[in-house]
Design a protein. Structure first.
Length: 318
């Protein structure tokens, strides 16, 4: 089996060398390649990638950006990378993280026996202590992420450490680019509905880089929140006006809690700065979710790009 490592990049000059160094140090007896999917970077990202041609097996750069069109989300970059790949299986990693020793071997070995896998995420190496000790959104450390509050009630994992066979990708179809951030959750659900179990591979470890500023944390939470109503709609739930009222009520209690956390941050009490930072992430999520609900309830929900595939896999699942 040949493994294709798909690495999307948009302006990753500040961090991509760390990831490339980690990939260059990987050892595996199988055949593998690295495909960098460049989404129109305007910094020195690709010049840095070029310096690794002699150190990475079959390294290639593919263009995922059409300047005549709006820039597409990361799911598009993964799709372009997969379409250019020559492997029988694909392993996803990103330009701001760092694969741990043995990651390629763990992914390759797992995908030699099963079709769909997710690796483990570690949060201490690449992040400041004030952010990690406060907790917050740090999933996939000991297993897959559970989904208990919305259909289809299936497990999922982050797209930054997913692996799949070509057989699965050709069956389920490309990643849905109409879902900006939560494409990975949607794809995990699609694959499982099509009959492909998602397996956790703890040895396939990636050091994950969190957002390190309050603005970036808020923005990430906001983007994920805006995606959540659309993701729910694509899987059989159509949130209505009552849900908006419920979320607005929850937002008011969130705002009241924020004042307490701000004071704790100023005086460095308990979780201090990190506690307030993760509160901002949650606030962003709630605001984004409400904005998404208002938009889709009053303007209508669009059909997903993968709607035909979704209906097909749900039919096969039943």
């Amino acid at each position: 089996m040949k493994l294709s490592v798909i690495l999307p990049c948009f302006n990753g000059a500040a961090t991509i060398a760390t990831q490339l160094e980690a990939l260059a140090a990987q050892q595996w007896s199988g055949s593998w390649e690295v495909v960098v999917s460049n989404n129109g970077s305007t910094d020195d990202s690709m010049a840095i990638v070029e310096r690794y041609r002699d150190r990475l097996p079959n390294l290639r750069i593919v263009n995922a950006y059409d300047p005549s069109k709006p820039r597409q989300p990361v799911a598009h970059s993964y799709n372009v990378g997969i379409q250019a790949a020559t492997g029988n299986a694909f392993a996803f990693c990103e330009s701001d993280d760092e694969v741990a020793p043995g990651w390629v071997a763990a992914m390759g070995s797992a995908l030699s026996t099963v079709d769909f896998v997710a690796g483990r995420l570690e949060y201490n190496k690449l992040n400041p202590n004030w952010l990690t000790v406060a907790g917050g959104h740090q999933p996939q450390q000991t297993g897959l992420i559970g989904s208990t509050d919305a259909p289809p009630y299936l497990m999922y994992a982050s797209g930054c450490n997913l692996g799949m066979t070509r057989r699965l990708y050709e069956t389920v179809g490309p990643l849905d680019t109409s879902i900006l951030c939560c494409y990975d959750t949607g794809y995990c659900w699609q694959a499982q509905l099509a009959g492909f179990a998602l397996h956790f591979v703890p040895d396939a470890l990636i050091h994950y880089r969190l957002r390190h500023t309050l603005k970036a944390l808020f923005r990430q939470g906001h983007n994920w929140g805006k995606d959540s109503p659309l993701l729910a709609r694509y899987h059989g739930v159509t949130p209505g006006g009552f849900v908006i009222l419920n979320r607005l009520a929850g937002l008011s209690s969130t705002l009241m809690n924020g004042l307490r956390l701000l004071v704790m941050s100023i005086f460095n009490v308990r979780r201090g700065r990190g506690g307030f930072a993760w509160w901002l992430w949650g606030l962003g999520f709630r605001i984004g979710e409400i904005q998404g609900l208002i938009k889709y309830v009053f303007q209508g929900y669009p059909e997903p790009q993968q709607v035909a595939s979704l209906r097909q896999v749900k039919t096969r699942a039943h």
